[in-house]
Design a binder for this molecule. Sequence first.
Ligand code: PMP
Length: 372
Amino acid sequence: MLYLDNSATTAILPQVKDKMVTYLSEEFGNPSGKYYELAENAKIAVKEARTHVANLIQSKEHEVIFTSGATESNNIVIKGVADYYSDKGKHIITTKTEHNAVLDVCEFLKTKGFEVTYLDVDHYGRINPSDLKDSIRQDTILVSIMWGNNEIGSLNDIKRISEICLERDVFFHTDATQVLGKLNIDLQFLDGVTFLSCSAHKMHGPKGVGALFIRSDEYGKLTPLTPLFHGGGQEEGIRSGTYSVHNIAGFGEAARIAKENFERNIYALEQLEAKLLQLLNEKFGNRIAYNSDSENKIPGIVNVRFKGLNNEILLKKLSPIIAASSGSACSSTKPSHVLQEIGLNIDEVRESVRFSFSPYTSVEDVDIFKEL
Ligand code: PMP
């Protein structure tokens, strides 16, 4: 079976698994413990993982806060900023095509008296930076715009958006879950990015662990916000709770491998995507249409519309040989809001399928499309 749902989740790499097993078995210490070796070893594991994740996004190490995943990271930022800065203003800007881990948090905040502006996107799911410029107000406390879309792979112009937010002195959060390891993220050159969310399980790390980047000032102080969890004060007080050491160590290992193989992985994803497009075009010609742009997108995500075919029926039929999806795994019961926002009608949404590769997918395996 050819697994092409890597935007939903990925398989754990063997080195990641080995690393995790160590911290699930003999090295079971609590990093917050003192004086004895088990605690020290666990502390070292968390520190090493932090270094690897910071290297992958080019941040300072103490700016990386470990969380349970991107959903939690998004919640910490949006609710945490809303609470901490509500005296300054109650206006938040986001986009119509965010993941539900942003959209639903904003909807929740609306019930608490916040006002949310949802920016429109173009035909490929990108916001127009000048719309953002026009939407920022005196009382805007946060802009939250995803880097790469999980359903169609389109990329927002994060450099330009971060410049606008810096000029207007407003915090900028980006959900980078789908671009981690697939795009060169260099936070040293993106001063306007205040917060960034990411997750391990989209890049061959474990599920249930992610990170939140919080920019620090020249004295090393993190941008303040109200924590979601109060307790032991771990992770600079932003994320209390005993460290999930095996998950964090696994995330670190996945980040190290992603960084080391970055060029190779991008090349592999581009080759895989090119081959898929070639086979689909040969087989289906004008009976298909692409919902994804051909450029300026995350490599390895292709969203295709099979005209006249219902995607659920198609995916069920394909399932013994190809695993793909009709869109986001997190909201699979509803027709995709992303595809509707880029202009598809409900029928067209129901004809659309997302294929998403891993850099470890074998090119030969893609030949299975010849047999459809
Ligand atoms: N944001 C985006 C863009 C995603 O694709 C996902 C995962 N589908 C999430 C957030 C949620 O991530 P997690 O599973 O780590 O909570």
